[in-house]
Each structure stands twice: as C-alpha cells, then as structure tokens.
Design a binder for this molecule. Sequence first.
Ligand code: ZN
Length: 227
Amino acid sequence: MTPQPTAAGSANRHPISDEFLLDYAAGTAPEPVAVLVATHVALDPASRAALGQLEAAGGALLETVAPARVNDDALDRALARLDVQEAGDRRSAPARVASAELPAPLRPYVPQGVHALRWRGVGGFAEAVLPCATQTPYRLSLVRVAAGRAFPHHGHTGMEMLLVLKGGFSDEHGHYLRGDVCLSDEAVEHRPVADPDGECLCLAVTRGPVRFKGLLGVLLGPFMRRQ
Ligand code: ZN
C-alpha cells in the first residue's frame, strides 16, 4: 500500500483516509472503528481539522434540507453522536484510574489502565481485547510489542487498522509513529517490527481472523482466536 497524503501534504505521515472520517462524522461507523477514528483524531491535528470541515459541511447540508424531508433517524443519530462525544469527554475526567498515556476517547474502554487488562501472547507480542457495548463483526484490542521485536508475520481475512499509541513500528510499507494508522486488507501480508527504542503499543481494529505465518503464528493462533 502506498502512504496516503495528509491534508497538510506532508509525506511521512499515515493519517486515516477520508472515508473513515466521513462514516464517523455521519455516525455510521461501527463502535470499534469509531473508537479508533476518535482516538486517531485526538492525536492528529490534520485529521481533526479535516473532520471539523466534514462536520461543518454535514451541518450545512442538514440546514439546506427542508425540515419535512429530514430523516428523523439520521438527525437522532447525529444528536446522539454529539451526546456520546460530550459524555466521552466527561468520562475522561480522572474519576477512575486511567492510563494518562491514552487519548481521551479510549479511556472509557481501559478504565483501570493498560496494565490491568488481560494480556495474551507469546514472544514479546501480546494482545488484550477491549469489550464494546455493541455487537459488530469487528474486534477492538490493544496490541503491544517489545522494543525491536516483531509482530507475527501475518495476512488478513478482512480489514485491519493499527493506530500507534506509543513508540513506533515499521513494516514493508512504511514507518508508523504515534497517531499514524496502518490500514491493511486481504491483499496485504506484513511483519511489523517495533522500533528499537521502546515498546510499541497500538490500538487495533480487525474484521475476520488474521492469518499467522510460521512457528510463532502456530503458537499464537489458539490464543488469538479466543475472544
Ligand atoms: Zn496486519
């Protein structure tokens, strides 16, 4: 996959693509995808600006539609979305122990902090599934890889999004740092390697199981198939 240009035009960043921002702005993104988009937007000023433009355009569009033709459901969803965002901001207050390293949209999903999660994995790689309120075909999880170690070499049976929260990693397609999104699909096989200067922590959204390659994949498969 080729790196996607950012709204600001810089070459070495990996923002989320506009289609995901559009779904998020419209309130149609499934919960795990919405969490990842919101977390990315919290970390990436260019995507935050792009989302603001989309939301402004969406508001203008709503205003130009005659009231009788506005779909009540769509309006309710848009308003509910605002409620959720505001509620998310309130929940980011330190009423519960949350990891200060996590962006606000993610904190409700990790209320006790990253180290209190149930981590599973082998060989310097581990994953913790994050429970969602809604049933979707997507899996939301945190993955972490020790400094200089590799994610298992794998292919995909559906979409995979990796958002870097801490550290960085490289794969065959680029170098990803905090706030960057690595988007893969069925056509992609890769072996991300964490940067040597520290642990890499990512938020992951996957649809369909990943296909692990090699011995580590054989060892890891039974862990990762369990929810
Ligand atoms: Zn992958």
